[in-house]
Design a protein around this ligand. Structure first.
Ligand SMILES: N[C@@H](CCC(=O)N[C@@H](CS)C(=O)NCC(=O)O)C(=O)O
Length: 263
């Protein structure tokens, strides 16, 4: 039996839900609020990093979203979400590595600098620190504290934007040399891993980041029409999941635009 600990807006969990849907796998879900339940000792036994997603397969946990994607591919090979061609397989891993190493934290930075910033409204640096103190990742705590205090003026934002630009450039290059999917002619774990971050930019009103990259825009439309993406990303968002994005008070684009293609 498959079980998934996740939350609707979690980008890391979204990629896993897409892979599960693509493979037609049913799972029992444990919906987390991430407002403290990730630190429950029982959950941290499954995932000592106190983050989602966690997949439990036959009572054994698998953590780290990209590792979960590869695990699902090996445990349930049909339909395949890894290409046959070795270079395309390497490209899938390259996308996942870029996301794991740079894009994920950059997405957290942009999201907490804007849509999720009101969660910390009115709190002092110390109070914010207390709220974040339980997280085992001191680096992510530092990012969140800084963007909660400084918003898009945080010193971390420029690199976060540049890392998204790097992803978009890789997408444009690989789509130009192949396509229609990120790692060739078939939908793969690269598409599943990347779409949550592109949707997030869109929700943060930053879709202009790919205005000069029409191939990326076309891919995004193809992805939005895909049943797994519709079911697990677009249709799963409840009003409360959309609210932080709809309530964005300040349009982030003018500030982000200056940084987007600066280098
Ligand atoms: N490297 C991890 C990152 C997981 C992660 O950061 N998950 C976020 C949601 S996307 C989370 O659980 N955040 C809760 C927190 O930071 O307290 C993975 O890929 O699974």
């Amino acid at each position: 039996m498959l079980e998934l600990y996740h939350s609707i807006n979690s980008v890391c969990a979204q990629k896993v839900r897409i892979a599960l849907a693509e493979k037609g796998l049913e799972y029992r879900e444990h919906l987390m609020t991430l407002r403290g339940d990730q630190f429950e000792p029982q959950y941290m036994q499954l995932n000592p990093n106190a983050v989602v997603p966690t997949l439990v397969h036959d009572r054994r946990p698998v953590i780290e979203s990209s590792v979960i994607l590869y695990y699902l591919e090996e445990a349930f090979p049909e339909p395949p979400l890894m290409p046959h061609d070795l270079h395309e397989r390497a490209l899938v891993r390259q996308y996942n590595k870029l996301v794991d190493e740079y894009v994920h934290n950059s997405c957290t930075i942009l999201t907490f600098a804007t849509a999720f910033r009101p969660w910390f409204a009115g709190l002092s640096g110390e109070e914010i620190e207390q709220r974040l103190a339980k997280s085992p990742s001191k680096q992510r705590t530092e990012y969140k504290r800084d963007v909660a205090l400084h918003g898009l003026d945080s010193k971390f934002v420029r690199d976060a934007v540049a890392n998204h630009a790097k992803l978009l450039t890789l997408m444009d290059t690989t789509l130009a040399s192949g396509g229609p999917w990120l790692a060739g002619k078939r939908f793969s774990l690269a598409d599943a891993a990347v779409i949550p971050y592109i949707l997030r930019l869109d929700l943060l009103r930053l879709a202009n980041m790919w205005e000069r990259l029409p191939r990326v825009g076309d891919w995004y439309q193809r992805m939005r029409a895909r049943p797994s993406v519709k079911k697990e990303l677009l249709d799963r968002m409840r009003p409360e999941d959309r609210a932080p994005f709809e309530k964005l008070e300040v349009d982030p684009w003018p500030k982000v635009k200056e940084m987007a293609w600066a280098s």
